[in-house]
Structures are given as structure tokens and as C-alpha cells.
Design a protein around this ligand. Structure first.
Ligand code: ADE
Length: 367
């Protein structure tokens, strides 16, 4: 059965593979970048980012030479920014210690920052032809259905079992095409809802299809309701038009991104009280909080925020970095060159509109 599945998958892939940028001119660097970007992100979203990234950083050397800020700026909007930080760190390691050559086997790839079991398997098989599995969420869904697996697919024991099943079917050659074919099947045929079983090359051997269970597999524990937080951000404009920005601690979520300083509102605190506290803790300054400039809603993977941007005025102290990576006054045009989170970028847009509003209506009550 295993050999038949592999043969059919490979034949199907040869006919139906989408023409995607990382499938042309397959260098290790291009495969690596694609597989990192494709973690947790859909193909259609990745394509423009992938092309822009390669235009800007065409080689591992170019990436290693770049500043983290420039890398994050290109990554801005793609999410999961730790991927970009790890990629950048790994590029520096590859250039400094490996003469610019990516390791060519699974075990050595696993040593690189940001490279886990899936990514190491994908690079090793697709760029170097090593016969190791690479099983992402798409492939897991297809495998659960093919084998009628009812275990919770989010558990690591289930993931391990699926990886073993894929390894059992994996041909010596071409292992990379087999892995990519299984991922492609999951992405284009064996989709989460309404899978196109009538065009599946494995339809007649699929357990889920035989039992009409294709819509109920894979099984995953119900998601917990995502929590919501109110976050206050200070929009502080100096007389020369410069705006106060802080850079998030590098190892935090959104690490390295610039933001309007502030933070999460605690229980029993008003948004204004929250800002006064946060500005003291983060930058050692006292602020007076004015009117609200704008409100932005944003959803992250595990929580949602409502970000409230308030005009603020410094009343005491010079901003210094107490709990952030850096602090800087920036002119509006400079904001275009630094990485910001999507939500903060929206505040910057409202600020620009507010400062350009000749009626003065949206401008700070300190103006
Ligand atoms: N998702 C993860 N890797 C992929 C690949 N190589 N092609 C399409 N989608 C993918």
C-alpha cells in the first residue's frame, strides 16, 4: 500500500503542482526562506512577501549583512516575527561558521535557530534530497483522513505518529517531491472544509472517505475562547513634529518592532491611568493624557486587542529605556523605514491624518 500511495501521489503532483516561486530555481536558501514563511501562513499571503524579501536579500550573505530592523520591515504584516528574528540569526551563523553554505542534512539543520522538525525535514528533503519526512498541518490533515486517525491532531504524540506514517510511505527518491505532494494535496484537495474527494488520487484508499468521515477528521480539541485586552498607547509629538516611539524587547512577542509606548490595561484601571503607569515604568517619564486619537482592533493568534491611541504630553523627565530595547524621537517620514506592528502602523496613519487635518478637529487638545 505504501509504495502505491507514494506512486500515485507523485504522479498526481507532477500533473497538478501549482507553479509557485519557490518551486522554480530551488536553491537551499530559497527553499529555507519559503518553508519558514509558509509556517503558519497561507501560500497566497506568502508569495508577495517571498518575492520582496528575495529582491531585497537575494542571498544568505545579503541577509546576514542586513540589520534586524531592515529584515523586520520587510516581514511587517506577515506575523510571527520570531520567524524573521531566527532567520536573521541563523543567516549570520551560516555565514560566520559555515562559509555561507546551509547544512545539507536534517540533524545539522535542526541546530539552526528557528528550524524545527518540520522545517529541517522540508529543507533536507526538498533542497538536498534526504529521505526524511516533512509533515505540516496540511499533510497532517490528509494523513488523518487517509488512515482514519481520530486522535487529537494538536497533541505531540499524534504529530509524532503521523510523521512515522509519512516516513513509512516516503520513497528514497524523490523524497522532497513526495513531502511537497502530500502538503499540496492537503492544501488544494484535502481541504479543511468540503474536501474535493472526487478528484483525490487517494480517494479509493482513504479510510475517512470510505466512512464518510472526511468532514469530521481530523479531530482537534476545541479552541479556548481567545481573551481580549484593552491596550493604551501614547502618541506624543514634540514641537519639531517628532513622535516618541519605543522598540519592543527583542525576545518578546513582536520583539524588535517599534510602537507607540504603552501597554495592557490592568483590572480597575482607566486607560489614562494605565498610560501614566506604563510611561513611568517603560520610559521613566510622567505624561498628561489628552484626547483619544484613534482606536484599532487587532486579532493575534491567541488573543485580541483593542488599541487606544491617546494624545499625550510629557510633563516630567526625559524618555529613557527602562523596559524596552530602544527609545527614539522620529519624524513621521522616518516611521516608514522602521518595522511597526500592524496595529501601531494604523495609529501612525491616524496620526498623519490628524496632523494634516487643517480644521484642527482631530488634533491634540494640547495643540
Ligand atoms: N506549505 C509548506 N511548504 C509548502 C510548499 N513547499 N509548497 C506549498 N505549500 C507549502
Amino acid at each position: 500500500m505504501a509504495g502505491m500511495v507514494a506512486d500515485r501521489l507523485l504522479a498526481w503532483f507532477e500533473q497538478h503542482a501549482r507553479d509557485l516561486p519557490w518551486r522554480r530555481n530551488r536553491t537551499p536558501y530559497r527553499v529555507w526562506l519559503a518553508e519558514v514563511m509558509l509556517q503558519q501562513t497561507q501560500v497566497d499571503t506568502v508569495i508577495p512577501y517571498y518575492e520582496r524579501f528575495l529582491d531585497r536579500f537575494p542571498s544568505v550573505e545579503a541577509l546576514a549583512e542586513a540589520s534586524l530592523e531592515d529584515v523586520l520591515r520587510i516581514w511587517e504584516g506577515l506575523g510571527y516575527y520570531a520567524r524573521a528574528r531566527h532567520l536573521h540569526r541563523a543567516a549570520r551563523e551560516v555565514v560566520a561558521s559555515m562559509a555561507g553554505e546551509l547544512p545539507d542534512c536534517f540533524e545539522a539543520l535542526m541546530e539552526l535557530p528557528g528550524v524545527g522538525t518540520y522545517t529541517a525535514g522540508a529543507i533536507a528533503s526538498m533542497a538536498f534530497g534526504e529521505a526524511v519526512p516533512a509533515v505540516d498541518g496540511n499533510a497532517r490533515r490528509a494523513l488523518c483522513r487517509l488512515f482514519g486517525i481520530r486522535d487529537d491532531v494538536t497533541r505531540s504524540a499524534t504529530k509524532r505518529r503521523l510523521r512515522e506514517l509519512a516516513a513509512d510511505m516516503l520513497p528514497e527518491r524523490p523524497a522532497g517531491a513526495f513531502n511537497e505532494a502530500l502538503i499540496e494535496l492537503g492544501a488544494t484537495v484535502c481541504t479543511p472544509r468540503s474536501p474535493a474527494c472526487h478528484r483525490c488520487p487517494l480517494g479509493d484508499v482513504c479510510r475517512a472517505y470510505a466512512e464518510n468521515e472526511q468532514e469530521t477528521l481530523p479531530v482537534r480539541r476545541p479552541r479556548r475562547k481567545t481573551p481580549h485586552y484593552d491596550v493604551a498607547a501614547a502618541v506624543t509629538v514634540r514641537e519639531d513634529g517628532a513622535v516618541l516611539l519605543a522598540q519592543r524587547n527583542i525576545d518578546d512577542m513582536l520583539g524588535g518592532m517599534w510602537e507607540f509606548p504603552g501597554g495592557k490595561c490592568e483590572d480597575g484601571e482607566t486607560l489614562a491611568q494605565c498610560l501614566v503607569r506604563e510611561m513611568k515604568e517603560e520610559l521613566g517619564v510622567t505624561v498628561e493624557v489628552g484626547q483619544r486619537l484613534t482606536v484599532v482592533a487587532h486579532a493575534y493568534t491567541h488573543f485580541r486587542i483593542t488599541l487606544h491611541g491617546f494624545w499625550c504630553r510629557l510633563t516630567e523627565g526625559e524618555p529613557r529605556c527602562l523596559d524596552c530595547a530602544a527609545v527614539r524621537w522620529m519624524l513621521l517620514d522616518e516611521l516608514d523605514d522602521v518595522p511597526m506592528s500592524v496595529a501601531d502602523r494604523k495609529i501612525a496613519g491616524a496620526l498623519r491624518a490628524g496632523l494634516n487635518d487643517s480644521s484642527g478637529g482631530a488634533v491634540s487638545d494640547f495643540a
